[in-house]
Design a protein around this ligand. Structure first.
Ligand code: F6R
Length: 249
């Protein structure tokens, strides 16, 4: 894993946005795997600013999000559809039909998971997958114990994840209990992966990841050790407990 250590969230966001732009400039029709949550927000703002200045175009880009809550309509402010439209897509020159998320309102969820896997295959796979990490080591909504060979599937969210995401809802009871997520196998098939980690709350999680030398299903992000092209962009607060491992990048 290549480690890029930066000062703070803002620097992480700018570095990540520049990396995305490099990929898109090299291949304007790139398929980008996108995440929601706090980690990529600053990067999305930076991309929106660059697009507004016409420094980059996303007109030919295809996007595939990692996950969506089950039972939350697209128009609900808590859905990941809503987040992506508000925080990114509406500020870019993307073509809406090229922007994909799992449908958490599908009546046949298994069919929806299969459809999403087929879609990713039809897009030719993901060129650059962006990831955040949960404090319990989840990536996407692949919670501890998720199989390494999983495609898109339905997950029951852990108490830790629901607790972490409660900040976006009025109460913990309102946080959905299930989600659809792209699986670890699909994430690992991406040609390149960029993991964004910021803040003291992630320091222990990140130290654990950086000191692992083999994959442990109890800590899903360790699956990234199997991938040859992972770049971690992390700020000082997130790296505070990682020690010398950072120097080995
Ligand atoms: C979001 C996702 C999650 C988040 C993770 C970190 O689409 O897949 O894995 O990346 O929960 O969330 P933040 O960035 O809010 O700390």
């Amino acid at each position: 894993m290549k480690v890029i250590a930066v000062k703070d969230y803002q620097a992480m966001s700018v570095a990540a946005a520049q990396a995305v732009c490099s990929v898109v400039r090299a291949n304007p029709g790139s398929a980008l795997g996108l995440a929601t949550g706090s980690s990529p927000l600053g990067m999305y703002q930076a991309l929106a600013a660059m697009c507004k200045k016409k420094a980059i175009s996303f007109r030919k880009v295809r996007t595939v999000n990692l996950d969506e809550y089950i039972g939350v309509p697209e128009t609900d402010v808590h859905s990941y559809h809503y987040y992506m439209n508000k925080r990114l897509f509406s500020a870019l020159d993307v073509v809406p039909k090229n922007c994909h998320l799992p449908n958490g309102m599908a009546s046949q969820l298994d069919d929806e998971c299969k459809r999403y896997d087929r879609l990713i295959t039809e897009l030719g796979g993901i060129d650059l997958q962006l990831l955040g990490i949960g404090q319990n080591g989840h990536i996407g909504f692949n919670e501890p114990g998720s199989p390494l060979d999983s495609g898109t599937h339905v997950v029951t969210l852990t108490a830790s994840t629901r607790h972490a995401n409660a900040r976006f809802f009025s109460s913990i009871e309102d946080v959905p209990r299930q989600a659809i997520t792209v699986g670890l196998a699909t994430i690992l098939k991406s040609r390149e992966i960029m993991l964004l980690v910021s803040g003291a709350a992630k320091a222990e999680t990140l130290a654990r990841l950086l000191h692992m030398d083999c994959v442990d299903a109890g800590f899903p992000a360790s699956a990234l050790l199997k991938h040859p092209r992972v770049t971690l962009i992390a700020d000082q607060a997130a790296l505070a407990k990682a020690g010398a491992v950072v120097n080995h990048g």
